[in-house]
Design a protein around this ligand. Structure first.
Ligand code: ZN
Length: 154
C-alpha cells in the first residue's frame, strides 16, 4: 500500500482488527520512509459499481471520494468516526444491493443526503447546498473542494 504522504510503496502493517461489526478489517499502517501513519480498511466488494454522470460519462465508483465528501460535510460535527464509517458502509451496501451495476450520480447524491439527514442536520445542509449547485456541472472534484471549509484542520 502506497504511503499517502510520501508515495513510498513499502509500508508496514502495525495492527489489524475487525471493524464495523466484522464487515471490515481495519489496518494501522506505518511508513518507514517518512514516519507517516495511516489506516486502511479491507472489505468485501460485492460487485463493481459504475457511476453514470449527468453528461453520460461512466466512471468506476470511487469509495474514497465518497468518504472524502462525507468527512468534509461532517467536519467538526459531534459525530463519532465509527458512526460515520457505519453510515458510509451502509450507503455503499445500499448501492451494491440496488440490483444495478450502473448507478446515476444523482442517485448517489440523494442517498448520501438521506443518510446525512438522519445523523446530523448541519452536515446535511452543508452537503445539500453544495451538491445542488454542482449537480448541473457534475464536477465532483470541484464539488469536494467547494465543500472544504476555510480552515482545513485534518
Ligand atoms: Zn511515507
Amino acid at each position: 500500500m502506497r504511503c499517502p504522504f510520501c508515495g513510498n510503496i513499502d509500508t508496514q502493517v502495525k495492527d489489524s482488527r475487525p471493524a464495523e461489526d466484522h464487515v471490515a478489517i481495519r489496518r494501522r499502517r506505518f511508513c518507514p520512509a517518512c514516519g507517516g501513519r495511516f489506516t486502511t480498511y479491507e472489505r468485501v466488494q460485492l460487485r463493481d459499481l459504475i457511476v453514470i454522470k449527468s453528461n453520460g460519462r461512466r466512471e468506476d465508483f470511487d469509495r474514497p471520494k465518497l468518504e472524502r465528501s462525507i468527512r468534509i460535510a461532517l467536519q467538526k460535527r459531534p459525530v463519532e468516526p465509527e458512526r460515520m464509517d457505519q453510515m458510509i458502509s451502509g450507503i455503499v451496501r445500499r448501492l451494491e444491493s440496488m440490483g444495478e451495476t450502473d448507478i446515476p450520480s444523482g442517485t448517489i447524491g440523494e442517498i448520501v443526503m438521506e443518510a446525512l439527514a438522519r445523523i446530523d442536520t448541519v452536515a446535511y445542509v452543508r452537503f445539500a447546498s453544495v451538491y445542488k449547485n454542482f449537480q448541473a456541472a457534475d464536477d465532483f472534484d470541484k464539488f469536494v473542494s467547494e465543500l472544504r471549509p476555510d480552515d482545513p484542520e485534518e
